[in-house]
Write a protein that binds this ligand. Structure first.
Ligand code: DGJ
Length: 511
């Protein structure tokens, strides 16, 4: 029996993981209240399609779905599905049920008003929080009943169409004001389960304890959803940033330092997704690209550099998707990048997890990245490291530049993105053997150096061709040759700041 259960779990995980490999979300998440009436949905979705999105992330609000206990209204969900289909968009639904950003603000009024039946978490001082207690079976039953009724309706409307590509269960679960629930029930459970014996009494133990119980709760929801309609399920986390300790940030959520607890207690989830609003982008994404967790940025602050960041995560971390928050307030933040990524989609999917892709992301501080690729060394830089663009030195802040490098074959690459320059060299070329060159490629000074007088050793790398291309169904189509001044007479390939391009680059070695 146990064996059968395990096999079923493994088969489910393998199926969902295989399904996940095809996920390619060029997304945007609606602001919290932007799917609460028909006219907003109908006005916003056509705009998102024009912005280049292939997926919209949309909340499903428990308070509007079950305004009276046991009476359900799915009209907004129907509107979301119809409008998404009419605008060629996939949908990721977000179940705003018992918890949204820690709080239970999306629970219907009948639930909020009945604190006897639906108990709240309390602080150590006994202060009640507007956070439903995850230890209450009544809370779970009420949440799960609405969730299942709604998800069954989605299944009925979508099973044969497949507009819904993922489902987020709850939103940014976590404890605030207190690292754990100190209700009598919670106090008893933490004792019986021996958490403090194992880890000592501290807010860090409190956080682990809560993480385990939140994850168990979510696992039960995922199990119910799985029996109704199977898509990849996930949860999202608010970051434990700015030096805050448990209780000061939404603690016990699916954070990187609690990933093992979450993964063990909620095996039906495909992944834990970070919501990125703080500085330190590359560090945060690296934390969530784990061996047992594929990176998926379901929320990122809407800003002009989201485009290059999208290219970076698909290339560097084999990300499954990205989605700026409150996307309807945007204009063209992601359009250039999403257009390139949509073209590159089959090539990126084919290269996922093979070690053949790299992401680039540069600003005024991080200007250079050196990538070793077999016998070649690729040096990528911010395009403003070239002295030719006046914007590089006029005192203004450099916009982020970035992109993706994909190795198609030996000596053949795709370089795509915005604001980048890439040189291809052999090892011998990087060992100083010749005089330093000026920006025109001529000798910097008028006399030869000592290095010049030594005998040259080894091969050099040159550019065979660099073409700007488009990609259609995986097929590379020539647009124009970039040679002469446009590749610095064969010394580098580049894409200016403000231009989004895909380059098809072939290199060769000569002795
Ligand atoms: C993260 C949450 O998940 C979103 O729903 C939203 O509240 C944003 N923070 C900030 O506005």
């Amino acid at each position: 029996m146990k064996h059968k259960f395990l096999t079923t779990c493994l088969v489910f995980f393998a199926l969902v993981t295989a399904q996940a490999q095809d996920l390619f979300v060029l997304g945007g998440e609606l602001g919290n209240s932007s799917a609460s009436c028909r006219q907003d949905i109908e006005t916003i979705f056509p705009k998102l399609h024009k912005m280049g999105l292939n997926t919209v992330l949309v909340p499903a609000y428990w308070d509007l779905i079950e305004p009276v206990e046991g009476q359900f209204d799915f009209s907004l969900t129907d509107c979301v599905l119809e409008t998404a289909r009419a605008n060629d968009l996939k949908v990721v639904f977000l179940w705003f049920g018992a918890w949204k950003n820690s709080m239970s603000c999306y629970a219907p009024a009948w639930f909020k008003l009945d604190t006897q039946r639906f108990p709240r978490a309390v602080t150590e001082q006994g202060k009640p929080l507007e956070i439903a207690s995850c230890f209450s079976e009544a809370v779970f039953q009420a949440d799960n009943k609405a969730f299942c009724a709604w998800w069954s309706h989605v299944a009925e409307m979508d099973k044969n169409v497949g507009t819904v590509s993922m489902l987020q269960i709850e939103n940014e679960i976590g404890m605030l004001e207190s690292a754990r629930d100190h209700s009598a029930v919670a106090n008893k459970i933490i004792k019986v389960e021996g958490w403090e014996k194992e880890y000592g009494k501290s807010i860090y133990t409190d956080e682990k304890f809560m993480a385990h119980h939140y994850a168990q709760y979510v696992e039960r929801m995922a199990q119910s959803a799985k029996a109704i309609y199977e898509v990849p399920f996930y949860v999202n986390a608010a970051m434990n940033s700015r030096g805050r300790v448990p209780g000061e940030y939404p603690s016990a959520g699916p954070l990187a330092h609690l990933a093992d607890i979450w993964k063990a207690a909620a095996p039906s989830l495909l992944l834990l997704a970070p919501d990125l609003y703080d500085s330190g982008f590359t560090d945060w994404v690296a934390q969530y690209a784990m061996e047992n967790n594929q990176l998926f940025i379901l929320e990122i602050k809407l800003q002009p550099n989201d485009g290059v960041r999208a290219m970076y995560v698909f290339g560097e971390h084999n990300a499954l998707g990205i989605s700026p928050f409150s996307i309807e307030d945007g204009s063209n933040e992601v359009t250039g990048a999403y257009d390139l990524l949509e073209q590159l989609k089959p090539i990126i999917i084919a290269n996922r997890n093979k070690g053949t892709m790299h992401g680039l992301l540069f600003d005024q501080e991080v200007k250079e990245r050196v990538i070793k690729d077999g016998k070649l060394i690729l040096t990528a830089r911010h395009n403003f490291t070239l002295p030719w663009d006046p914007r590089a030195t006029d005192g203004s802040t450099w916009p982020e530049g970035g992109g993706i490098i994909i190795k198609l074959a030996e000596n053949e690459y795709i370089v795509a993105g915005m604001g980048i320059v890439v040189e291809f060299k052999t090892n011998s070329e990087l060992t100083p053997q010749s005089a330093e060159l000026g920006e025109d490629g001529f000798a910097l000074a008028g006399s030869s150096t000592e290095a010049d007088s030594k005998k040259w050793k080894g091969a050099r790398c040159g550019i065979l061709s660099c073409d700007e291309v488009t990609i259609d169904n995986g097929e590379i189509n020539f647009v124009r040759r970039l040679n002469g001044d446009q590749d610095h007479q064969g010394r580098h390939v580049r894409i200016s700041v403000g231009e989004w391009k895909i380059l098809h680059v072939k290199v060769y070695q000569y002795e």
